[in-house]
Design a protein around this ligand. Structure first.
Ligand code: GLA
Length: 415
Protein backbone atom coordinates (compact mmCIF):
# COMPACT_ATOMS: atom_id res chain seq x y z
CA UNK A 1 0.00 0.00 0.00
CA UNK A 2 1.29 3.47 -0.69
CA UNK A 3 0.08 7.03 -1.20
CA UNK A 4 0.63 9.26 -4.19
CA UNK A 5 3.76 11.24 -4.69
CA UNK A 6 1.52 14.26 -5.20
CA UNK A 7 2.55 17.21 -7.29
CA UNK A 8 5.84 18.97 -7.75
CA UNK A 9 8.18 16.16 -6.84
CA UNK A 10 10.67 16.98 -9.53
CA UNK A 11 12.04 20.23 -8.20
CA UNK A 12 14.65 22.04 -10.29
CA UNK A 13 18.19 21.35 -9.25
CA UNK A 14 20.35 24.38 -8.79
CA UNK A 15 23.95 24.82 -9.64
CA UNK A 16 25.04 23.92 -6.12
CA UNK A 17 23.00 20.74 -6.36
CA UNK A 18 24.92 19.76 -9.45
CA UNK A 19 28.16 20.29 -7.59
CA UNK A 20 26.87 18.08 -4.82
CA UNK A 21 26.06 15.41 -7.37
CA UNK A 22 29.67 15.43 -8.45
CA UNK A 23 30.69 14.71 -4.88
CA UNK A 24 31.75 18.25 -4.02
CA UNK A 25 30.32 18.75 -0.56
CA UNK A 26 32.23 21.77 0.64
CA UNK A 27 32.36 24.81 -1.55
CA UNK A 28 35.39 27.04 -1.42
CA UNK A 29 34.45 30.20 -3.28
CA UNK A 30 38.11 31.28 -3.42
CA UNK A 31 39.06 28.15 -5.29
CA UNK A 32 36.43 28.44 -7.97
CA UNK A 33 36.70 30.32 -11.23
CA UNK A 34 35.45 33.89 -11.17
CA UNK A 35 32.73 33.19 -13.73
CA UNK A 36 30.99 31.03 -11.13
CA UNK A 37 31.12 33.76 -8.50
CA UNK A 38 27.67 35.13 -9.16
CA UNK A 39 26.09 31.70 -9.04
CA UNK A 40 27.88 30.93 -5.81
CA UNK A 41 26.84 34.16 -4.11
CA UNK A 42 24.28 32.22 -2.06
CA UNK A 43 25.75 28.75 -1.64
CA UNK A 44 23.79 26.01 0.05
CA UNK A 45 25.36 25.39 3.42
CA UNK A 46 26.28 21.74 3.82
CA UNK A 47 27.96 20.71 7.00
CA UNK A 48 28.54 17.25 8.39
CA UNK A 49 25.76 15.43 10.12
CA UNK A 50 27.34 14.43 13.37
CA UNK A 51 24.59 13.03 15.56
CA UNK A 52 26.44 9.83 16.48
CA UNK A 53 23.40 7.72 15.53
CA UNK A 54 22.80 4.74 13.25
CA UNK A 55 26.32 3.35 13.52
CA UNK A 56 24.71 0.16 12.23
CA UNK A 57 21.63 0.27 9.96
CA UNK A 58 18.52 1.36 11.92
CA UNK A 59 16.05 -1.39 12.81
CA UNK A 60 12.40 -0.95 13.66
CA UNK A 61 8.84 -1.00 12.38
CA UNK A 62 6.84 1.49 10.28
CA UNK A 63 3.08 1.66 9.76
CA UNK A 64 2.96 2.49 6.03
CA UNK A 65 3.43 -0.77 4.12
CA UNK A 66 0.62 -2.58 5.92
CA UNK A 67 -1.66 0.10 7.37
CA UNK A 68 -1.28 3.15 5.09
CA UNK A 69 -3.36 6.00 6.53
CA UNK A 70 -5.13 3.73 8.98
CA UNK A 71 -2.98 4.74 11.95
CA UNK A 72 -4.03 5.39 15.54
CA UNK A 73 -2.63 5.32 19.05
CA UNK A 74 -4.35 1.98 19.60
CA UNK A 75 -2.46 0.50 16.67
CA UNK A 76 0.91 1.94 17.67
CA UNK A 77 0.53 0.88 21.30
CA UNK A 78 -0.45 -2.66 20.38
CA UNK A 79 2.49 -2.88 17.96
CA UNK A 80 4.85 -1.71 20.71
CA UNK A 81 3.33 -4.29 23.08
CA UNK A 82 3.86 -7.03 20.52
CA UNK A 83 7.41 -6.04 19.69
CA UNK A 84 8.39 -5.97 23.36
CA UNK A 85 7.11 -9.48 23.92
CA UNK A 86 7.36 -11.45 20.66
CA UNK A 87 11.11 -11.41 20.20
CA UNK A 88 11.29 -8.48 17.75
CA UNK A 89 12.73 -6.01 20.24
CA UNK A 90 15.16 -8.63 21.47
CA UNK A 91 16.23 -9.33 17.89
CA UNK A 92 17.22 -5.64 17.57
CA UNK A 93 14.10 -3.87 16.23
CA UNK A 94 14.07 -0.58 18.09
CA UNK A 95 12.22 2.25 16.38
CA UNK A 96 8.40 2.26 16.17
CA UNK A 97 7.61 4.81 13.47
CA UNK A 98 4.19 6.28 12.57
CA UNK A 99 4.23 7.14 8.89
CA UNK A 100 1.86 9.55 7.11
CA UNK A 101 -1.62 10.59 8.27
CA UNK A 102 -1.15 11.14 12.01
CA UNK A 103 -1.42 14.91 11.47
CA UNK A 104 -4.56 16.83 10.45
CA UNK A 105 -3.95 20.59 10.61
CA UNK A 106 -2.00 23.45 12.12
CA UNK A 107 -3.19 25.56 15.05
CA UNK A 108 -3.39 29.35 14.72
CA UNK A 109 0.19 29.67 15.99
CA UNK A 110 1.38 27.11 13.44
CA UNK A 111 1.75 24.18 15.83
CA UNK A 112 1.18 20.86 14.10
CA UNK A 113 -1.99 19.12 15.30
CA UNK A 114 -2.34 15.34 15.55
CA UNK A 115 -5.66 13.75 14.59
CA UNK A 116 -7.64 14.07 17.88
CA UNK A 117 -9.93 11.16 17.02
CA UNK A 118 -7.16 8.70 16.27
CA UNK A 119 -4.65 10.01 18.82
CA UNK A 120 -6.89 11.21 21.68
CA UNK A 121 -4.12 10.98 24.29
CA UNK A 122 -1.73 13.02 22.15
CA UNK A 123 1.63 12.18 20.64
CA UNK A 124 3.67 12.82 23.76
CA UNK A 125 1.71 10.22 25.74
CA UNK A 126 2.18 7.79 22.85
CA UNK A 127 5.94 8.40 22.75
CA UNK A 128 6.07 7.86 26.51
CA UNK A 129 4.21 4.58 26.08
CA UNK A 130 6.58 3.35 23.36
CA UNK A 131 9.58 4.34 25.49
CA UNK A 132 8.12 2.49 28.48
CA UNK A 133 8.33 -0.69 26.39
CA UNK A 134 12.07 -0.25 25.91
CA UNK A 135 11.58 0.97 22.33
CA UNK A 136 12.18 4.26 20.54
CA UNK A 137 9.60 6.44 18.84
CA UNK A 138 9.58 7.80 15.30
CA UNK A 139 7.35 10.07 13.27
CA UNK A 140 6.90 11.22 9.65
CA UNK A 141 6.74 14.59 7.93
CA UNK A 142 7.49 16.05 4.54
CA UNK A 143 9.72 18.79 3.10
CA UNK A 144 6.74 20.13 1.16
CA UNK A 145 3.64 22.14 1.99
CA UNK A 146 1.74 18.86 2.25
CA UNK A 147 2.68 15.24 2.81
CA UNK A 148 2.21 12.65 0.07
CA UNK A 149 -1.21 11.81 1.57
CA UNK A 150 -2.15 15.51 1.64
CA UNK A 151 -1.62 16.23 5.35
CA UNK A 152 0.24 19.38 6.48
CA UNK A 153 3.96 19.25 5.63
CA UNK A 154 6.84 21.03 7.35
CA UNK A 155 7.81 23.59 4.69
CA UNK A 156 8.20 26.93 6.50
CA UNK A 157 7.64 25.23 9.88
CA UNK A 158 10.88 23.28 10.18
CA UNK A 159 12.14 24.79 13.43
CA UNK A 160 8.71 24.78 15.01
CA UNK A 161 8.13 21.13 14.08
CA UNK A 162 11.59 20.00 15.16
CA UNK A 163 11.07 21.67 18.55
CA UNK A 164 7.68 20.02 18.87
CA UNK A 165 9.16 16.60 18.06
CA UNK A 166 11.85 17.15 20.73
CA UNK A 167 9.19 18.07 23.32
CA UNK A 168 7.22 14.95 22.42
CA UNK A 169 10.30 12.71 22.69
CA UNK A 170 10.68 11.77 19.02
CA UNK A 171 13.82 9.71 18.25
CA UNK A 172 13.48 9.23 14.46
CA UNK A 173 12.11 11.43 11.68
CA UNK A 174 11.24 10.13 8.20
CA UNK A 175 11.07 13.18 5.93
CA UNK A 176 9.32 12.87 2.57
CA UNK A 177 9.56 14.88 -0.67
CA UNK A 178 6.01 15.51 -1.99
CA UNK A 179 4.78 19.03 -2.78
CA UNK A 180 8.17 20.58 -2.14
CA UNK A 181 9.24 24.10 -3.06
CA UNK A 182 11.35 25.03 -6.05
CA UNK A 183 14.62 24.38 -4.28
CA UNK A 184 17.16 21.61 -4.22
CA UNK A 185 16.70 18.57 -2.02
CA UNK A 186 20.09 19.19 -0.42
CA UNK A 187 18.93 22.62 0.72
CA UNK A 188 15.49 21.49 1.95
CA UNK A 189 16.85 18.46 3.81
CA UNK A 190 19.78 20.43 5.27
CA UNK A 191 17.29 22.90 6.73
CA UNK A 192 15.46 20.16 8.60
CA UNK A 193 18.76 18.56 9.65
CA UNK A 194 19.80 21.90 11.18
CA UNK A 195 16.40 22.34 12.85
CA UNK A 196 16.69 18.88 14.44
CA UNK A 197 20.25 19.52 15.56
CA UNK A 198 19.25 22.87 17.06
CA UNK A 199 16.93 21.08 19.49
CA UNK A 200 19.83 19.15 20.99
CA UNK A 201 17.82 15.90 20.91
CA UNK A 202 19.47 13.00 19.06
CA UNK A 203 17.08 12.12 16.22
CA UNK A 204 17.78 9.72 13.38
CA UNK A 205 17.09 11.64 10.17
CA UNK A 206 15.66 9.47 7.38
CA UNK A 207 15.67 11.17 3.98
CA UNK A 208 12.89 10.02 1.66
CA UNK A 209 13.41 11.74 -1.71
CA UNK A 210 13.24 8.46 -3.67
CA UNK A 211 16.73 8.70 -5.15
CA UNK A 212 15.67 11.46 -7.57
CA UNK A 213 18.64 13.73 -6.82
CA UNK A 214 21.16 10.90 -6.26
CA UNK A 215 21.21 11.42 -2.48
CA UNK A 216 24.04 8.87 -2.10
CA UNK A 217 26.30 11.63 -3.47
CA UNK A 218 25.34 14.35 -0.97
CA UNK A 219 23.16 13.02 1.83
CA UNK A 220 25.95 11.58 3.98
CA UNK A 221 26.33 15.07 5.46
CA UNK A 222 22.60 15.54 5.83
CA UNK A 223 20.85 12.37 7.01
CA UNK A 224 21.50 8.97 8.53
CA UNK A 225 19.77 7.11 5.69
CA UNK A 226 18.33 8.00 2.33
CA UNK A 227 15.86 6.22 0.08
CA UNK A 228 17.47 5.23 -3.20
CA UNK A 229 14.28 4.44 -5.18
CA UNK A 230 10.52 4.87 -5.42
CA UNK A 231 8.32 2.90 -3.04
CA UNK A 232 8.59 -0.84 -2.48
CA UNK A 233 5.52 -2.98 -3.25
CA UNK A 234 4.73 -6.43 -1.85
CA UNK A 235 5.60 -8.42 -4.98
CA UNK A 236 8.56 -10.11 -6.66
CA UNK A 237 9.15 -7.87 -9.67
CA UNK A 238 5.97 -5.94 -10.45
CA UNK A 239 5.63 -2.25 -11.15
CA UNK A 240 2.63 -0.58 -9.55
CA UNK A 241 2.52 3.14 -10.43
CA UNK A 242 5.47 4.59 -8.46
CA UNK A 243 6.09 1.35 -6.53
CA UNK A 244 8.23 -1.64 -7.43
CA UNK A 245 8.70 -5.26 -6.44
CA UNK A 246 11.78 -5.89 -4.33
CA UNK A 247 13.90 -7.52 -7.05
CA UNK A 248 13.47 -4.39 -9.20
CA UNK A 249 14.64 -2.30 -6.24
CA UNK A 250 17.52 -4.70 -5.61
CA UNK A 251 18.83 -4.14 -9.14
CA UNK A 252 19.00 -0.41 -8.48
CA UNK A 253 21.28 -0.93 -5.46
CA UNK A 254 24.13 -2.50 -7.41
CA UNK A 255 26.92 0.06 -7.65
CA UNK A 256 25.82 2.22 -4.68
CA UNK A 257 27.80 0.24 -2.12
CA UNK A 258 30.71 2.66 -1.71
CA UNK A 259 28.39 5.38 -0.41
CA UNK A 260 27.14 3.55 2.69
CA UNK A 261 28.87 3.24 6.04
CA UNK A 262 28.38 3.74 9.78
CA UNK A 263 25.98 6.65 10.37
CA UNK A 264 24.92 6.93 6.71
CA UNK A 265 23.10 4.22 4.79
CA UNK A 266 21.49 3.61 1.42
CA UNK A 267 17.81 2.79 2.07
CA UNK A 268 16.15 0.47 -0.47
CA UNK A 269 12.87 1.02 1.46
CA UNK A 270 11.07 -0.84 4.20
CA UNK A 271 10.51 -4.58 4.37
CA UNK A 272 7.45 -6.26 2.86
CA UNK A 273 8.18 -9.57 4.65
CA UNK A 274 4.89 -11.03 5.91
CA UNK A 275 2.49 -8.79 4.01
CA UNK A 276 0.92 -11.71 2.18
CA UNK A 277 1.53 -11.39 -1.56
CA UNK A 278 4.74 -13.45 -1.73
CA UNK A 279 5.80 -16.95 -0.71
CA UNK A 280 7.83 -17.64 2.42
CA UNK A 281 10.84 -18.45 0.21
CA UNK A 282 10.50 -15.12 -1.58
CA UNK A 283 10.30 -13.25 1.72
CA UNK A 284 13.38 -15.11 2.91
CA UNK A 285 15.22 -14.01 -0.23
CA UNK A 286 14.03 -10.40 0.20
CA UNK A 287 15.23 -10.33 3.82
CA UNK A 288 18.58 -12.01 3.02
CA UNK A 289 19.39 -9.51 0.28
CA UNK A 290 18.39 -6.52 2.44
CA UNK A 291 20.86 -7.82 5.06
CA UNK A 292 23.62 -8.19 2.45
CA UNK A 293 22.89 -4.57 1.42
CA UNK A 294 23.31 -3.35 5.03
CA UNK A 295 19.84 -1.89 4.52
CA UNK A 296 17.85 -0.35 7.35
CA UNK A 297 15.61 -3.19 8.59
CA UNK A 298 12.23 -1.55 9.08
CA UNK A 299 9.54 -4.23 9.30
CA UNK A 300 6.32 -3.26 7.52
CA UNK A 301 3.96 -6.10 8.43
CA UNK A 302 1.45 -6.68 11.22
CA UNK A 303 3.90 -7.82 13.87
CA UNK A 304 1.00 -8.47 16.25
CA UNK A 305 -0.14 -11.52 14.33
CA UNK A 306 2.86 -13.05 12.56
CA UNK A 307 2.79 -16.70 11.55
CA UNK A 308 5.84 -18.57 12.91
CA UNK A 309 7.55 -18.81 9.52
CA UNK A 310 7.47 -15.00 9.13
CA UNK A 311 8.80 -14.43 12.63
CA UNK A 312 11.53 -16.97 11.86
CA UNK A 313 12.62 -14.73 9.00
CA UNK A 314 12.39 -11.34 10.69
CA UNK A 315 13.96 -12.46 13.96
CA UNK A 316 16.75 -14.72 12.66
CA UNK A 317 19.68 -13.44 14.68
CA UNK A 318 22.43 -14.90 12.48
CA UNK A 319 21.03 -13.25 9.37
CA UNK A 320 20.39 -9.97 11.20
CA UNK A 321 24.02 -10.04 12.43
CA UNK A 322 25.11 -9.79 8.80
CA UNK A 323 23.12 -6.58 8.38
CA UNK A 324 24.30 -5.20 11.71
CA UNK A 325 27.98 -6.07 11.28
CA UNK A 326 30.07 -3.28 12.77
CA UNK A 327 32.34 -2.85 9.79
CA UNK A 328 29.32 -1.29 8.10
CA UNK A 329 30.18 -2.35 4.55
CA UNK A 330 27.31 -2.66 2.11
CA UNK A 331 27.53 -5.91 0.15
CA UNK A 332 27.70 -6.10 -3.62
CA UNK A 333 26.79 -8.33 -6.51
CA UNK A 334 29.89 -10.38 -7.34
CA UNK A 335 28.41 -12.61 -10.02
CA UNK A 336 25.48 -12.60 -12.43
CA UNK A 337 24.72 -15.28 -15.01
CA UNK A 338 21.18 -14.78 -16.24
CA UNK A 339 18.86 -15.54 -13.35
CA UNK A 340 21.65 -16.83 -11.11
CA UNK A 341 23.42 -14.32 -8.91
CA UNK A 342 25.90 -14.17 -6.06
CA UNK A 343 25.97 -11.28 -3.59
CA UNK A 344 28.60 -10.91 -0.87
CA UNK A 345 29.30 -8.66 2.11
CA UNK A 346 32.58 -8.35 3.93
CA UNK A 347 32.27 -8.65 7.72
CA UNK A 348 34.40 -7.22 10.47
CA UNK A 349 36.07 -10.52 11.36
CA UNK A 350 37.29 -10.97 7.77
CA UNK A 351 34.64 -13.51 6.86
CA UNK A 352 32.09 -12.95 4.07
CA UNK A 353 28.32 -13.31 4.13
CA UNK A 354 27.29 -14.78 0.79
CA UNK A 355 23.89 -15.13 -0.84
CA UNK A 356 23.40 -17.48 -3.78
CA UNK A 357 20.24 -16.12 -5.38
CA UNK A 358 18.12 -17.97 -7.94
CA UNK A 359 15.68 -15.64 -9.70
CA UNK A 360 14.73 -18.36 -12.18
CA UNK A 361 11.70 -20.63 -12.35
CA UNK A 362 13.52 -23.92 -11.64
CA UNK A 363 16.14 -25.07 -9.14
CA UNK A 364 19.76 -24.55 -10.13
CA UNK A 365 23.26 -25.06 -8.79
CA UNK A 366 25.15 -21.83 -8.14
CA UNK A 367 28.93 -21.76 -7.55
CA UNK A 368 31.21 -19.02 -6.39
CA UNK A 369 35.00 -19.04 -6.43
CA UNK A 370 36.45 -17.98 -3.07
CA UNK A 371 38.75 -15.66 -5.02
CA UNK A 372 35.67 -13.75 -6.18
CA UNK A 373 34.86 -13.04 -2.54
CA UNK A 374 38.13 -11.14 -2.22
CA UNK A 375 40.39 -13.98 -1.06
CA UNK A 376 43.49 -14.79 -3.06
CA UNK A 377 44.87 -18.24 -3.85
CA UNK A 378 43.09 -21.56 -3.71
CA UNK A 379 42.22 -21.05 -0.08
CA UNK A 380 39.85 -23.19 1.88
CA UNK A 381 37.13 -21.91 4.15
CA UNK A 382 34.55 -23.19 6.63
CA UNK A 383 31.00 -22.55 5.57
CA UNK A 384 27.96 -22.11 7.79
CA UNK A 385 24.39 -22.08 6.46
CA UNK A 386 22.74 -19.11 8.19
CA UNK A 387 19.12 -20.11 7.58
CA UNK A 388 19.67 -23.74 8.59
CA UNK A 389 21.93 -22.57 11.43
CA UNK A 390 24.31 -25.37 10.55
CA UNK A 391 28.03 -25.70 9.75
CA UNK A 392 28.26 -27.46 6.40
CA UNK A 393 31.97 -28.17 6.13
CA UNK A 394 35.23 -26.91 4.65
CA UNK A 395 35.45 -26.03 1.00
CA UNK A 396 38.55 -25.40 -1.12
CA UNK A 397 38.59 -23.06 -4.12
CA UNK A 398 34.86 -22.67 -4.49
CA UNK A 399 31.52 -23.15 -2.81
CA UNK A 400 28.44 -24.52 -4.63
CA UNK A 401 24.88 -25.24 -3.59
CA UNK A 402 21.58 -26.14 -5.18
CA UNK A 403 19.17 -23.24 -4.86
CA UNK A 404 15.41 -23.69 -5.38
CA UNK A 405 13.49 -21.28 -7.62
CA UNK A 406 12.96 -17.79 -6.15
CA UNK A 407 15.08 -18.71 -3.14
CA UNK A 408 18.47 -18.15 -1.63
CA UNK A 409 21.16 -20.12 0.11
CA UNK A 410 22.81 -17.78 2.59
CA UNK A 411 26.12 -18.72 4.14
CA UNK A 412 28.99 -17.30 6.11
CA UNK A 413 32.40 -18.12 4.61
CA UNK A 414 35.22 -18.18 7.15
CA UNK A 415 38.79 -18.81 5.86
C1 GLA B 1 5.73 8.31 -0.06
C2 GLA B 1 6.87 7.54 0.65
C3 GLA B 1 6.27 6.32 1.34
C4 GLA B 1 5.22 6.75 2.35
C5 GLA B 1 4.15 7.61 1.67
C6 GLA B 1 3.22 8.26 2.68
O1 GLA B 1 5.15 7.56 -1.07
O2 GLA B 1 7.85 7.16 -0.27
O3 GLA B 1 7.29 5.55 1.98
O4 GLA B 1 5.85 7.45 3.40
O5 GLA B 1 4.75 8.66 0.91
O6 GLA B 1 2.25 9.07 2.08
Amino acid sequence: MAGGFGGGKHGKRRFTQRLMNKGITRISQAGLLCCFAVLLAQPVRVEALDNGLALTPPMGWNSWNKFGCNVSETLIKSVADAMATNGMRDAGYQYVVIDDCWQVSRAADGTIVADPKRFPSGIQALADYVHSKGLKFGIYSCAGTNTCAGRPGSLGHELQDARQYAVWGVDYLKYDWCNHADESAVSAYSRMRDALQATGRPVIFSICEWGNGKPWLWAKDVGNLWRTTGDIFDCWDCTNKWSFGWTKILDQQAGLESHAGPGHWNDPDMLEVGNGRMSTAEYKAHFSLWCILAAPLIAGNDVRSMPPEIKEILANKEVIAVDQDQLGMQGRRVQKAGDLEVWAKQLKDGSRAVVLFNRGTSAATISVALEDLGYTGAISASVRDLWKRKDIGRFTGKFSAKVPSHEVVMVKVMP
